[in-house]
Design a protein around this ligand. Sequence first.
Ligand code: SF4
Ligand code: ZN
Length: 310
Amino acid sequence: MEKVIYPMAEGKCRICGSSAQVMRITEFNLKVCLPCYPRFFERRVRRALEKYDMIGEGDRVLVALSGGKDSAALLFALKRLSASMGFDLLATHFHLNMGDFSDRNLALVEEQASKAGVDLRVVRIGELGLRVAKVKGWKPCAVCGAIKRALMNREARASGANVLATAHTLEDMLLFAFKNLLSRRHYLPPPVLDPIGDLPKKVKPIMFTSERHTLQYCLLRDIPHFPEKCPVWSPKGHSLKEVFETLEKTVPSGKLQLLLSLMEIMPPREEYMWRPTGACPSCGEPTSQPLCPICQLSEWFASQREKERA
Ligand code: SF4
Ligand code: ZN
């Protein structure tokens, strides 16, 4: 793969001031030379961490690592910032029980964690009696999302992490906001969700960073990333992203400005925030239902297996 995805031009690098071949970062109308780009990316991440008070000295931060470019870029950027900012970093990955695909995915994630020098905790959902499938009225991606959200909380607690960092990008945030707007649900999750009880603080350090940036960072820092799409992935759920790309082509920096505007007009609303109401009687995890999502789903899959055997 080409190492540079931004258009190149002669010019002066905004970071080091040297005249050289520079990338035109169209999102910010700014020029950066290739050696400076990774530092430019890390500076942007650091600015988000500091501006929103996401991570501080002495924190223990868990990154949910899928293997894709976004979470890989987040892990490596945080690793570089961890020494100067004084926080600990570890990663978790969920093996989604999708046969060879999940095995290849895990192998790549192990390579990433080892290259970053970060401890990795792996959870195999198959060992919890779970898989990604349609469950009652829920589509597989909704089931997968529920499993991952619950496991992230569980893993943060089990690893002693007080901060959970997820790799939601600018495009993910816009997609989420637009889906909500289109169903007249005026809610956009904030950059930081404060800890509730035993649940960790949740932060989104690259929510102002586009996916082109994360890919460019991975390419220039030689960060391996998993190139395959999940077998369940469908372009339909992501086609709104094309609207944002068209916006960006028409109005440079349009995606970021749109997100910042939406944050102003859609402040966090309590009624849309998940709050546990007690502990799951089966496993003790926080839940707002009679059973936590993991226990509900594993009971459902167990009953399906019973029916199949009968
Ligand atoms: Fe999970 Fe795959 Fe759906 Fe992503 S595309 S939410 S990994 S099932
Ligand atoms: Zn439970």
